[in-house]
Design a protein. Structure first.
Length: 69
């Protein structure tokens, strides 16, 4: 019988609630992704991926304020 590999278990919050997605949609355009991630208690990468799937993008004014536009 083959032994199961012992590795890192995936620890995550799972599905996004309606409240979380609404907050993400409201904050994402003009707030740093790292701040949103901390507020939602999720990783920055997870927040970026969810925002992308929702079709969200940063506002031009925000990008300009951080020197990216």
């Amino acid at each position: 019988m083959a032994k199961k590999k012992k590795g890192k278990k995936r620890v995550g919050r799972g599905n996004w609630t309606t409240k979380e997605t609404s907050l993400l949609a409201r904050l994402f355009p003009k707030t740093a992704t790292s701040k949103i991630a901390k507020k939602l208690r999720r990783s920055t990468d997870t927040v970026k991926k969810k925002a992308s799937r929702m079709g969200l993008c940063k506002a031009k004014s925000y990008l300009k304020s951080i020197g990216r536009a």
